[in-house]
Design a protein around this ligand. Structure first.
Ligand code: NA7
Length: 544
């Protein structure tokens, strides 16, 4: 076939969550032809799939939305301090309608492959239904944790297990009934910790299989009052400004002192206030909590003491105490998590000392005993950052495959987390080595989409045919990300941030930790230096 035979677009976007929808909106405003493909039967991305009981976002509602549009902000009112999964999904559907995005989104359509064709300097995109399309820009809006790249531990004997089983990231759309059932939950990250208290409300028995205890901070969720809604709406621009200047994409900054500069009593008071207020701000009480182990230990110990106060059975409380430096794994916000262990039907199973060996017909076996279960909930997380991208067969210049390029962890390299050498005219929204999951995602997404949009406007205006991240600049960025990481305590703790959670995944830290505000300056410098770091090839035919 000649390439003229295939439908052709300026841009094809993978995914219709926050990032894909906003990218579509921006590029369409520029007058480009754009098509979005989404595997789910609805828009929403992670929030379409991840609908386990108790699923809620840990970002405060009024920061977990688009801030670019006054209209969207004015017309939508959040109901509580933290948004539930159904409410976020409702919000994203509201956005799709309000910005009239649906006409350019194809649902239940999977992109299987995207190959760069050097002869025509276009991407050829292949769908699961056999269709082929052509585009100039191939943009991935696949998120960092995806339903299509779940982490399911390889436990022998799973196929013989007769009970129900679910993964939190692809929870069924129908009601799951826990009444009278013995439910096992494997994992105690955000998903396990949020779902356990809700499942325990109706289940007969709950067994929490835990390998590594986590620190959970109370969310202190509450319904918004009319006053709170009016206040956050009135402060939109100020809040937005702070979010983009901050380290984490939230409208607050670390207090500019070390935890060791304040005496123990004052420090305790500061932590106590933050604990009562709830939320992530507790990790911003001092500016060295993530770089100085002694400072970090003051907060880690404060939270351990809280756990001991909440959990009545002290020998159980001991087992729930984390030892790694707090916040070096994703900090979890909870509602009644530790309290649940005071209920007689909620049981803690320590799979560190007695690991899971296999599934039986009836349930889960550890080296200690068999646990008969009617249902198993895998709250075991995701193959993060690179996983969602590598579900597709992406091939760049010279037939180079992204999978092969990134096969060895140390080789995962991108330029600014937004593009990668050998893959011309391909952009990744919140890709590996951008601040992404170390921040409030919608802020990072707006930052990336705005930047990509501006870059594309430049490419079009200059009549450029092809841009490609420069290999050397990319290596410099990778090394810089690694250096920043080594200066922090994150390097002390294996986690999904570095791929340590997925069996056989090469370990590499996949986030830029210099902060969203600082990263914004780096992006800006790149833009104002006419996108230095990108090799640019002009087209001779563009003038027509
Ligand atoms: P997470 O945070 O990756 O948590 C996964 C949990 O599953 C964690 O407790 C793991 O223990 C546990 N896990 C994984 N594999 C096993 C095996 N084989 N045996 C026992 N336990 C296991 O995923 P979530 O979905 O909760 O949260 C993901 C992100 O979503 C979260 O960080 C927020 O950003 C929102 P481990 O700690 O590895 O010992």
């Amino acid at each position: 076939h000649n390439h003229q035979d295939f439908p052709s677009y300026d841009a094809i976007i993978v995914g219709a969550g926050f990032s894909g929808m906003y990218m579509l909106y921006r590029l369409r405003e520029r007058g480009l032809s754009v098509r979005v493909f989404e595997k789910g039967a609805g828009v929403g991305g992670a929030w379409y799939w991840s609908r386990y009981p108790g699923a809620r976002c840990d970002s405060e509602s009024h920061t977990y939305n688009f801030t670019f549009s006054e209209t969207l902000y004015e017309e939508w009112s959040w109901r509580s301090r933290y948004p539930t999964q159904p409410e976020i999904l409702e919000y994203l559907n509201f956005v799709a309608d309000r910005l009239q995005l649906r006409e350019d989104i194809e649902l239940e359509t999977e992109i299987r492959a995207a190959h760069f064709d050097e002869e025509i300097t276009q991407w050829r995109v292949y769908l699961q239904d056999g269709r082929q399309l052509i585009c100039k820009y191939f943009i991935t809006a696949v998120g960092c944790l995806s339903a299509h790249a779940k982490n399911i531990p390889k436990i022998p004997g799973y196929s013989q297990y007769k009970g129900e089983s679910y993964h939190t990231g692809t929870w069924p759309h129908h009601e799951v009934d826990f009444h009278g059932k013995k439910v096992g939950i494997i994992g105690n990250g955000s998903s396990g910790i949020q779902s356990l208290p809700v499942i325990a409300e109706t289940a007969a028995e709950v067994y929490s299989f835990q390998r590594t205890p986590q620190y959970a901070i109370p969310a202190q969720n509450h319904p918004y009052t009319e006053e709170e809604i009016n206040e956050y709406k009135a402060n939109r621009l100020d809040t937005r400004k702070k979010m983009f200047q901050s380290h984490t994409g939230y409208p607050f900054f670390s207090r500019p002192i070390s935890a060791l500069e304040e005496n123990q009593f004052k420090r305790q008071e500061i932590y106590e206030t933050a604990w009562k207020k709830g939320g992530f701000e507790i990790s911003a009480t001092y500016n060295d909590l993530l770089i100085n182990e002694t400072s970090n230990e003051t907060l880690s110990q404060f939270v351990r003491d809280k756990i001991k106060q909440v959990v009545k059975d002290q020998s159980l409380a001991e087992k729930l105490l984390p030892t790694y430096p707090i916040a070096t794994k994703r900090l979890v916000l909870d509602t009644n998590y530790y309290e649940s262990f005071n209920l007689p039907h909620v049981h803690f199973v320590d799979v560190k000392s007695a690991p899971i060996t296999q599934f039986s017909e009836k349930g889960i076996c550890t080296t200690g005993r068999e646990y008969p279960l009617d249902m198993v909930v895998f709250a075991t997380g995701y193959d993060g950052m690179t996983g969602p991208l590598l579900t597709m067969d992406i091939k760049g210049r010279g037939g180079e495959s992204l999978k092969e390029k990134w096969e060895h962890g140390a080789n995962v390299s991108t330029y600014l987390g937004v593009a990668t050498n050998l893959f011309p005219n391909m952009f990744m929204i919140t890709g590996p080595q951008s601040p992404s999951v170390a921040t409030n995602m919608p802020t990072s997404i707006e930052q990336h989409v705005d930047w990509i949009d501006r870059f594309i406007a430049y490419i079009e205006a200059e009549g450029i045919e092809m841009v490609e991240a420069n290999a050397q600049q990319e290596e410099t960025w990778r090394i810089h990300c690694e250096e920043v990481y080594r200066q922090t305590l994150y390097s002390k703790t294996p986690s999904w941030y570095s791929g340590a959670n997925v069996e056989g995944k090469p370990e590499a830290f996949l986030i830029y930790l210099g902060g969203l505000g600082q990263y914004g300056k780096i992006l800006e410098n790149c833009a104002t230096s006419e996108y230095s770091g990108f090799d640019q090839h002009s087209s001779i035919t563009k003038s027509m």
